[in-house]
Design a protein around this ligand. Structure first.
Ligand code: IPE
Ligand code: MG
Length: 220
């Protein structure tokens, strides 16, 4: 979800106004994901590198996370959404940690959209964590499955489609293991402007891409 800051700057607003507007896009996209029967969606909300931002912006984002959990809790339950966090939230305030944990626990019995929120997430540290956890549990050479079972995404399939808004063509340490065979979709639209129509276009792109996974399927 990239482009919140630029969206605000274009309007001479503080960056946090862009993040607030970005929350609207999140609501729209979650609704659409449910409508289109998308089983799993992951939002990259805060990376391990985002700590390098000015403290004013970081505090603003933390307050937004906390406010959103409170204001969206009922919608999460009503819409049968199961929330999971990808990332190490141990660095957040005790209050925010407990708000997050409560929502994850409360929604864990839900059976609809699996909604992952990547918070203090970085793929390299996730992979390293998974290797270390797997190595403690098992002597000898690790298999791919041993590592996969210890990722934050354990029990979930690989990513099919990755969408990055905001014009940059890079991955920024996002789900590097899980996107090995993903289709990549980059668009210039800033996240606060991302709409249902943009999601539909991304889904058309995905539908029209033949996935080969290294074999020759479909080739003459
Ligand atoms: C949102 O966009 C990403 C978050 C960390 C929430 P940015 O804040 O990176 O926006 P730009 O790239 O400055 O426009
Ligand atoms: Mg950015």
């Amino acid at each position: 979800m990239d482009g919140n800051g630029r969206w605000a700057k274009k309007r001479l607003l503080p960056r946090i106004a862009g993040h607030k507007k970005g929350l609207n896009s999140i609501q729209v996209i979650i609704k659409s994901a449910i409508n289109y029967n998308i089983p799993t969606a992951t939002l990259y909300a805060f990376s391990t590198e985002n700590w390098n931002r000015p403290s004013e912006e970081i505090n603003g984002l933390m307050n937004l996370f906390s406010d959103s959990i409170k204001s969206q809790r009922n919608k999460v339950i009503e819409n049968n959404i199961r929330v999971r966090v990808l990332g190490d939230i141990g660095i957040f305030t005790k209050k925010l940690q407990s708000e997050i944990k409560t929502l994850v626990k409360e929604s864990s019995i839900n059976t609809g959209l699996q909604l992952n929120i990547a918070l203090n997430y970085g793929a390299r540290s996730e992979i390293l964590m998974a290797v270390n956890k797997a190595a403690i549990k098992k002597k000898g050479a690790l298999l791919e499955k041993d590592l996969i079972d210890n990722l934050y995404t354990n029990g979930m399939p690989d990513v099919d489609l990755l969408i990055r808004t905001g014009g940059q063509r890079r991955l920024s340490n996002f789900l590097l293991w899980q996107i090995a065979y993903s289709e990549l979709y980059f668009i210039d639209t800033l996240w606060p402007d991302f709409s249902d129509k943009d999601l539909v276009n991304a889904l058309y792109f995905f539908q029209n891409t033949e996935r080969k996974f290294g074999n020759l399927k479909g080739e003459k």
